[in-house]
Design a protein around this ligand. Structure first.
Ligand SMILES: C[S@@+](CC[C@H](N)C(=O)[O-])C[C@H]1O[C@@H](n2cnc3c(N)ncnc32)[C@H](O)[C@@H]1O
Length: 274
């Protein structure tokens, strides 16, 4: 599906379906003999989407996803530990950007009084909420807040409007997001995170190291995908979709305690009574 500056999607369409691909991958890991994490919700999302007519990706894409299954599982585990460590260090406000079908709000052991905000496209979060409600899933976090908005729009305002507190440290996660934003959109994302972050905030980012864009590496990946398609009997003369679930490095910088930050207009303490 061609992208435009203001496109939107449902869970089974275009970029939305990548969240299903990741959920499928998590369901496979969770069902394995020695899983890196438990996620009983991933399979529920896949089943609910299939009930809506969504089909698993073609065989060659499944093989491609399987071939990086270990990466996807370690990525999930890495972000799980990122949030657990943040909580252990006294951070009780978290924001998951482009949350997709991430079920951390229902499966992680959050510290008491933690507030978790999730941002994604409205239809994606709607599908997620409906599926979880159908299964009577109860959040493991003290307060869960869905913020349905496109990350290319004024999401800081939407976040603040739902109660986000710029005065307290926040744990941010950008997992499986950057490939879907243009370069200037990525810059803007981090500028905004910085503006909304009190001292002691931290951010976990799945990013691509320079090697990811190396010509030889890209050529090898294209060839691997072409071979998988050929083995699956696919017409390799047709353009192939870009593999979506991949990456090479993640970092979790913390703000130095002395670094200057800009406080946005929406300062409001959730501990205040007004
Ligand atoms: C590969 S999925 C990753 C989902 C989740 N972070 C995970 O790892 O399971 C990409 C997600 O990014 C969301 N996304 C991409 N671009 C977005 C945008 N501009 N605004 C809001 N959400 C976006 C999609 O809707 C989708 O849920």
């Amino acid at each position: 599906m061609a992208r435009t500056d203001d496109d939107s999607w449902d869970i089974t369409e275009g970029v939305g379906a990548t969240a299903l691909g990741v959920a499928w991958s998590r369901s496979e890991e969770a069902a394995s003999d020695c899983p890196l994490f438990t996620d009983p919700y991933a399979q529920l999302f896949v089943d609910a989407a299939m009930n809506r007519g969504w089909q698993l990706p073609p065989h060659y894409m499944i093989e491609r996803i399987r071939s990086i299954g270990g990466y996807a599982a370690s990525r999930t585990r890495w972000f799980d530990e990122f949030f657990i460590a943040a909580g252990a260090n006294g951070i009780d406000q978290a924001v998951i950007l482009a949350a997709g079908l991430d079920a951390r709000g229902w499966r992680l052991p959050w510290v008491d009084d933690t507030v978790l905000y999730e941002i994604d496209q409205p239809k994606v979060l709607e599908f997620k909420a409906q599926t979880l409600a159908q299964h009577n899933a109860i959040p493991s976090v003290s307060r869960y807040v869905a913020v349905p908005i496109d990350l290319r729009q004024d999401w800081p305002k939407a976040l603040c409007d739902t109660g986000f507190d710029v005065a307290v440290p926040t744990a941010w996660a950008a997992e499986g997001l950057l490939p879907y934003l243009p370069a200037d959109g990525q810059d803007l994302l981090f500028e905004r995170i910085n503006e909304l972050s009190a001292r002691g905030s931290r951010v976990g980012v799945e990013s691509f190291g320079g090697g990811f864009f190396d010509r030889d590496y890209l050529a090898r990946r294209r060839e691997q995908l072409r071979r998988l398609r050929e083995e699956a009997g696919d017409d390799v003369s047709q353009k192939s979709p870009t593999p979506r679930i991949c990456g090479t490095s993640r970092t979790a910088p913390t703000w130095p305690t002395g670094s200057p930050i800009t406080i946005g207009k929406c300062r409001r303490s959730r501990h205040s009574t007004s």
